[in-house]
Design a protein around this ligand. Structure first.
Ligand SMILES: Cc1ncc(COP(=O)(O)O)c(C=O)c1O
Length: 345
């Protein structure tokens, strides 16, 4: 099966550009397990600096960044507080319970952005028979919350409650740089509130593989043990790290184009009879909409769109999500909106 010509399923479907491939081909490499890969070392230093942390570790995926961070922070039986729709709850194969042996306590929100009062309300009384409230995890931008950006004041408020109660703070920054470009708040400022945080390379940044997890030198030492244990330690990984270095140097500012494209697309499809935008705002690169009033479910609309060479994901019975990213231009989005109009007519 080949991908449709206009693939709005996810920013994980991004393809490396020719210039990125060139940088990969020319990368200096070595044994990364031995810290001898200069390109991996460079990428880790860049991300640690970007996020205002002491050190960083290159991992094969964002999922592994979340799971290793939870393993480092938690003892078996501990509890992680996070949004009900957060990625580790829904799309990491039960990782928190399987790997960190922690349970999750979920907060219900509209955009994936919870309040300090909600965190306070979720804290366990310190007692021999309660789980220990151990990690507060924040997703920025929020994926299932419509790509919303966490305001820095809200980050300050929720992490203050966590710290006052002896908890570790973690940020799932799969799309942190989208938040940075949209809000003007620097990655370092966001990073200052967290004990661990990471960015994904294989989404808006346009790389084929990888995530980079950052934290204190001690946290990263411990993360390395788990990387090794889980089989995530690599060898001449500079080939793929070079894509990350290239992306940090070339592909960050352009995320604003993806946001503009997403907003234009959301405005266009909001005019189509039967299509309702799910969120009141489209801040970054994710557009969620509901198709119930078309009389079709999301799977049927998705199937019919494929006949027009357009892929948009069905995320629930009537909920669909379109994602913009490097390689998707304004013209393709106009075509996709026109195809949607035909399909639901
Ligand atoms: C918010 C969020 N966290 C984590 C991940 C996992 O990232 P990866 O696909 O690199 O494992 C994703 C992937 O879509 C995501 O959207």
């Amino acid at each position: 099966m080949t991908a449709p010509r206009i693939d709005l399923y996810s920013d994980t479907h991004t393809l490396p550009t020719q210039a990125m491939r060139q940088a990969m081909a020319e990368a200096e490499v070595g044994d990364e397990q031995n810290f001898e890969d200069p390109t991996v070392n460079k990428l880790c230093a860049m991300v640690a600096e970007l996020l205002g942390q002491e050190a960083a570790v290159f991992l094969p995926s964002g999922t592994m960044c979340n799971q290793i961070a939870f393993r480092v922070h938690c003892q078996p039986g501990d509890e992680i507080i996070l949004d009900y729709f957060a990625h580790p709850i829904n799309a990491e194969s039960g990782g928190p319970s399987a790997l960190a042996q922690a349970q999750t306590r979920t907060l219900h929100t509209e955009h994936g952005i919870f309040t300090a009062d909600q965190v306070r309300g979720a804290l366990r009384r310190v007692n021999r028979n309660t789980p220990r409230s151990r990690v507060l995890s924040v997703e920025n931008t929020t994926n299932a919350g419509g790509g919303s950006v966490w305001p820095i004041e809200d980050i300050a408020a929720v992490t203050a409650v966590a710290k006052e109660n002896g908890m570790a703070t973690h940020m799932d920054g799969a799309r942190l740089l989208n938040a940075v470009v949209e809000s003007g708040t620097s990655a370092k400022e966001y990073g200052g509130y967290f004990d661990s945080l990471w960015i994904d390379l294989s989404k808006g940044l346009g790389c084929p593989v990888g995530g980079v997890l950052a934290g204190s030198a001690d946290f990263i030492d411990q993360a390395w043990r788990h990387k090794q244990l889980l089989g995530g330690a690599m060898r001449q990984a500079g080939i793929i790290a070079a894509a990350g270095v290239y992306a940090l140097e070339n592909n960050v500012e352009r995320l604003a184009e993806d946001h503009e494209n997403a907003r234009n697309f959301s405005r266009a499809i909001a005019q189509i009879p039967g299509i309702k935008l799910i969120f009141d705002r489209c801040e970054t690169n994710l557009v969620f909409f509901d198709v119930e009033e078309t009389g079709m479910d999301g799977a049927t609309v998705a199937e019919k769109l494929l006949a027009h060479d357009v892929r948009i994901g069905a995320m629930g019975p009537y909920r669909m999500r379109a994602v913009t990213y490097l390689g998707i231009d304004a013209g393709q989005l106009e075509e996709a909106a026109a195809a949607l109009r035909k399909v639901v007519a």
